[in-house]
Design a protein around this ligand. Structure first.
Ligand code: DAH
Length: 357
């Protein structure tokens, strides 16, 4: 038995792979294995002999089995180690100097805006770009005969005859996400909703698809003063320069009362757009205190809650901040333009390290 033990343990420790191990297992403890055959001979022994040989054979069998299991685990470890060695990758190496792609100014500015409002406690909400007319208009206090529907140059989705689903439009503003957010989250609430919007309009400062960011803050004691502070704070952080001048103009929107439009001082000299100087004003947003009917449409009790909202043109503030004079170029996909105005893909805007390093 000592010979058998030495023989098999030696073979096991020298086995190079799982197949060799399996061959050894069959030869030793398989049905016709050497140790198994010896166990069968126990029947022919005298009871005294059997009392000694039986436990010894069982112990030998167990020892061989566990040596095989241990060797198997060892082989698997070695295989894994070898793989880890060959597939090793140094993720701390610096990235390539000139990345092939770049971040579009709209994406960059959306991230910058999000970082600033996140810092003021606003969450990000989204809604569909194909919107039903209740969310886009009625719920925002723009009933079907209202002139605002005509003014918006709305794209209506085609409806087949006999289709009696509610009419759908390409959303003309991000304001319907106010309604969706109120219905979903209730009050109090603080959200911004960035996204694409659509209107049939085309010139130096208008494209049929453009971007807005909606803001909504509802609580028990929110006033116009909070709105003004939040917007001024935003503009200061966003433009990263001192002395950006804002102009609040009394205005009218069906979904706010009172309402204000906000312009920013700029100059347009020789096709160069500069913020914070000159005698021109560029409108960047509409805002106001949320109309009680809009709160009601959002399932919020206007006797208990109030708040402000605003809708800002992302493309407009991108043009202003980065001195891009023509909005249409944003969507031409001209590689030279994208290389010139694009941002490094690995620089994520954040407030701590500066928005637009
Ligand atoms: N939805 C308006 C537009 O697209 C902008 C706007 C004005 C949004 C006032 C608001 C607001 O939330 O309070 O022209």
């Amino acid at each position: 038995m000592d010979d058998l033990k030495a023989k098999y343990l030696g073979e096991i420790s020298a086995a190079a792979d799982e197949a060799a191990l399996e061959a050894i297992r069959l030869a030793a403890v398989g049905k016709k294995g050497e140790i198994s055959l010896k166990m069968r001979e126990l029947g022919k022994m005298t009871p005294e002999e059997r009392q000694v040989a039986g436990p010894a054979l069982n112990a030998l069998k167990d020892e061989v089995n566990s040596a095989i299991a241990a060797k198997k685990a060892g082989l698997a470890d070695a295989a894994l180690n070898e793989r880890l060695q060959t597939e090793w990758l140094d993720v701390t190496l610096p990235s390539r100097g000139r990345p092939a792609g770049s971040i579009h100014p709209i994406s960059q500015v959306t991230q910058e805006v999000t970082a600033i409002f996140a810092d003021m406690g606003f969450a990000v909400a989204e809604g569909p770009q194909i919107e039903d007319d209740w969310h886009n208009f009625d719920a925002l206090n723009i009933p079907s005969h209202h002139p605002a529907r005509g003014e918006m140059d709305t794209f209506y989705m085609h409806r087949a005859e006999g289709d009696n689903r509610p009419p759908h439009v390409l959303r003309t503003h991000t304001s319907p996400v106010q309604i969706r957010s109120m219905l979903e989250k209730g009050a109090p609430i603080r959200v911004i909703c960035p996204g694409r919007v659509y209107r049939a309009d085309y010139d130096q400062t208008h494209t049929p698809m453009f971007h807005q960011v909606e803001g909504l803050a509802i609580d028990k004691d929110i006033s116009m003063a909070n709105l003004k502070w939040v917007l001024e704070e935003f503009v200061k952080s966003f433009f990263e320069v001192d002395g950006v001048e804002l102009r609040f103009r009394a205005s009218h929107f069906p979904f706010t009362e009172p309402s204000a439009e906000v312009d920013i001082r700029c100059s347009w000299d020789n096709g160069q757009l500069k913020v914070g100087e000159g005698d021109d004003w560029l409108e960047i947003l509409g805002s106001g205190m949320v109309h009680p009917k809009v709160l009601e449409a959002g399932g919020i009790n206007p006797a208990e809650w109030q708040g402000f909202a605003f809708g800002m043109g992302i493309d407009r503030i991108a043009m202003l901040k980065y001195g891009i004079p023509d909005l249409r170029a944003f969507f031409d996909s001209d590689l030279r333009w994208l290389r010139h105005y694009g941002f490094a893909a690995l620089d994520q805007p954040d407030l701590a390290s500066g928005l637009s390093r």
